[in-house]
Design a protein. Structure first.
Length: 196
């Protein structure tokens, strides 16, 4: 993240996102596919690392390989297959957008960190090393089981997260950079999907 000073001199915390030009790999219409959508291809990979079916699909739009394909429904962009979609075609300063990405993985965590439990309580009354324990997890002979969905220790993070109501502060079209107010999910260099 970085900070940006607006015209009034206010310091705004921002996330800098590199938005490289995407190529339209397919235009879906109501007549042929049953719905209207624009399929965009992003990035490059070695040709040996993609399937023949994907290679044939991309060849129609003039691409050899791609890193990711994303579909946007009800897009108002008038683009044909093989056209490039630039940052200025989609976004403008002041737009409200959503950022979708995979959150940072935090590994196996206990209930205090994962679910904000308070721990068992004081260290007195015969307790030893129980300060961060989950406490009771079920009843006795009835129902003789632990209910599904009980909050316990486990893997934390590494899930698809959508952050909404983010404002586009500045667009640097010559450098393909987008400054968004606030934070977006994921680590540095991660793929993030920005949608209006």
């Amino acid at each position: 993240m970085t900070s940006f000073f607006d015209a009034a001199g206010k310091n705004i915390p921002c996330t800098v996102i590199e938005v490289t030009p995407n190529v339209v790999s397919q235009v879906k219409t109501e007549e042929t596919d049953g719905y209207s959508a624009l399929q965009l291809a992003f990035g490059e990979r070695k040709e040996k690392n993609i399937t023949q079916a994907l290679g044939g699909h991309l060849k129609r739009s003039g691409l050899k390989s791609t890193r990711k394909i994303v579909e946007f429904r009800n897009s108002d962009l008038a683009k044909a297959q093989g056209d490039s979609v630039e940052i200025a075609d989609v976004f403008a300063e002041g737009d409200v957008v959503s950022a979708i990405g995979t959150s940072k993985g935090k590994g196996f965590q206990g209930v205090v960190k994962r679910h904000k439990f308070g721990g068992v309580g004081q260290a007195t009354h015969g307790q030893h090393n129980r300060l961060r324990a989950p406490g009771a997890i079920g009843a006795c002979s009835t129902p003789s089981k632990v209910y599904k969905g009980t909050r316990m220790a486990g893997r934390m993070g590494g899930k698809r997260v959508k952050t909404t109501n983010l404002k586009v502060v500045k667009i640097l079209a010559d450098k393909n950079l987008l400054l968004i107010k606030g934070s977006v999910p994921g680590h540095k260099g991660a793929l993030v999907l920005i949608e209006k």
